[in-house]
Design a protein around this ligand. Structure first.
Ligand code: PLP
Ligand code: CA
Length: 302
């Protein structure tokens, strides 16, 4: 027998949802902004929720920036959000290494951009790699042998516009040949919206290359893995049933909320359309959906 799964209802009783939780977790791209453009009504919505005493936390899978760099982005967009309220997958990678007491005398090899390097620096880890390795080319000659550092105890892979074959080979050598070397992915998003003209290959494409070469699966620290959820729930001392996760993607945000036992609200201001939500092929249903977060505001009298 086949189970027919009802599609998520449109959010009607806004006050009931707001009153039922103490924390709103907001995904960033597609919810707060689109690229560098603030989404309509966001400042007013965040102000309203804060005035009702709600805690606001921001969670992004985009590892190209650090918490501090995201703080600047919020500020540029006219939003006052503290660094400690921002959980980017770059930060999650460093926080994960801290949580397992990754040895300070071991090194981290990074395939990714500046955000990961900045967070590893702040956490006091030894690291190398990053965008600079994108200039390295492998010139094949007979007997060529790539050396690698045996002290690398973790390879962190995130979205990387400077990705190349050198990085794949280097990371692969570390993972395959250094005993116990960790393989950590910031996120596995298949595609991302770097420009509004088309979909671009996401962080999952760089991670996938290393999966192919190592035949290993990474430990994912970004959404939908529960690492960040557990981390922030613990950090703020909040119970997960008191959280509403708001996001625009089913396979990262909504699954993240559901994996964490939170309430979930899908917004249609990003990548997911109503057709995608209601497609028989979709098995991930949020508790509610709505157009955009400003729908949480009281309706203004005409
Ligand atoms: N990764 C990259 C490289 C991105 O550019 C984006 C969105 O712009 C994301 C991930 C997804 O970010 P978020 O989790 O905030 O939607
Ligand atoms: Ca998003």
């Amino acid at each position: 027998s086949s189970v027919i799964r009802a599609s998520a209802p449109k959010l009607e009783n806004v006050d009931e949802l707001i009153d039922s939780v103490e924390t709103f977790l907001f995904d960033c791209d597609g919810v707060i902004w689109k690229g560098d453009k603030l989404i309509d009504g966001v400042p007013e919505t965040l102000d309203m929720l804060r005035s009702k005493g709600k805690r606001l936390v921001f969670v992004t899978n985009n590892s190209t920036k650090s918490r501090k760099q995201y703080g600047k982005k919020f500020e540029t967009l006219g939003l006052s959000v503290g660094e400690e309220e921002i959980f980017a997958s770059s930060f999650a990678a460093a926080a994960y290494l801290k949580s397992i007491n990754f040895p300070k005398d071991k090194k981290v090899y990074v395939i990714g951009e500046d955000g990961i390097l900045k967070e590893l620096e702040l956490a006091g880890f030894q690291y190398f790699g990053g965008p600079a390795d994108g200039e390295k080319k492998i010139e094949l000659k007979p007997g060529l042998l790539m050396e690698h550092d045996e002290n690398v105890g973790a390879v962190v892979v995130g979205f990387d516009r400077y990705f190349n074959y050198y990085k794949v080979q280097y990371g692969t050598l570390c993972i395959r040949e250094n005993p116990g070397c960790l393989f950590i992915a910031t996120n596995r998003d298949a595609v991302t919206h770097l420009t509004d003209a088309q979909e671009w290959a996401g962080g999952g494409s760089m991670v996938g290359a290393l999966c192919g070469s190592t035949q290993r699966e990474p430990l994912v620290v970004g959404k939908p893995s529960t690492f960040m959820m557990d981390y922030l729930a613990n950090e703020f001392g909040i119970s997960k049933s008191q959280i509403c996760m708001v996001g625009d993607r089913l396979d990262t945000d909504i699954l993240f909320g559901q994996n964490g036992g939170c309430k979930t609200l899908l917004v249609l201001s990003g990548v997911t359309t109503l057709d995608m939500l209601q497609s028989p092929k979709n098995s991930i249903q949020p508790d509610f959906y709505t157009n955009q977060i400003s729908d949480l505001l009281p309706i203004k009298a005409a």
